[in-house]
Design a protein around this ligand. Structure first.
Ligand code: Z5A
Length: 221
């Protein structure tokens, strides 16, 4: 919300990992959290939708392929999950000085519900600001991979139906184009990583980016 202070400015650091389906977010964020914890950082790993009891229930609703819902109904569920995530997990962890990684956050709503579903981006931005109480990431790693490649990865892994993942290829292409547009607008926060490469190469790049960012932040304080 305008004028509200980002809590991470006075406590820990808030890093999000974003990207389309099968970009490798979960794989990357787990390795990053493990390595940084080994190097002595106090790390918290969390995700959306989920990360709280309410978020877990909302996740199963919003991904349920048997359940029909309108695009705005879908959006409210993601926002409700986010609001509880911010209050119950993110703000306390940041206030206690942890380095917090979230596998997806508010950019996913802009990319999926805005660019993918075609809902009004400015309205989504202001709803995001309300749901997050103004908490924005300090750094976002955007894993960029062609939709066809990401979808092939997740379909190899599992054949489980999922209401959003099963949307057509054009939807996933709009989502990916949306993420790239967000990165072009906010290059100071969002760093694009080529995620078409193997997982260990992506990890090396991401680890360097995070460490450089942490060093620069320490130098500024
Ligand atoms: N959603 C939304 O619409 N609006 C919102 O506001 C939010 C979310 C927050 C659930 O999210 C859905 O909610 C998601 C967006 C929507 N739907 N879609 N699409 P999710 O994060 O739980 O689901 P996901 O993005 O679909 O996660 P995922 O399929 O697990 O993708 P991932 O985390 O990016 O990838 P991964 O699990 O790390 O890897 C997938 C497979 O690829 C796995 O077998 C890996 O071993 C393999 N992999 C990983 N990296 C590589 C590389 N570099 N090369 C080759 N293979 C790899």
């Amino acid at each position: 919300m305008p004028g509200e202070r980002n809590v991470s400015a006075e406590g820990g650091a808030f890093i999000t990992v974003e990207g389309g389906e099968g970009a490798g977010k979960t794989t990357l964020v787990k390795s990053l959290a493990e390595c940084l914890a080994e190097s002595g950082q106090r790390v918290r790993l969390t995700f959306e939708p989920g990360g709280t009891a309410l978020g877990a229930r909302l996740r199963s609703l919003v991904l349920d392929p048997e359940l029909e819902m309108g695009d705005w109904d879908e959006t409210w569920l993601f926002l409700a999950a986010r609001a509880s995530h911010v209050e119950e997990v993110l703000k306390p962890a940041l206030a206690s000085g942890e380095l917090v990684f979230s596998d997806r956050y508010s950019d996913s709503t802009l990319a999926y519900q805005g660019y993918g579903r075609g809902l009004d981006i400015d309205r989504l931005r202001s709803l995001n600001a309300e749901a997050t109480r103004g908490l924005t990431p300090d750094l976002t790693l955007l894993l960029d991979v062609q939709a066809e490649v990401g979808l092939a990865r997740t379909r190899r892994r599992s054949s489980d139906a999922d209401r959003i993942g099963d949307a057509d290829l054009a939807f996933h292409q709009r989502v990916n184009a949306g993420f790239r547009a967000l990165a072009a607008e906010d290059g100071g926060r969002i760093v694009v990583i080529d995620a078409s490469r193997d997982a260990s190469t992506v990890f090396v790049d991401a680890f360097r980016i995070v460490n450089d960012w942490l060093d620069a932040r320490a130098g500024d304080s």
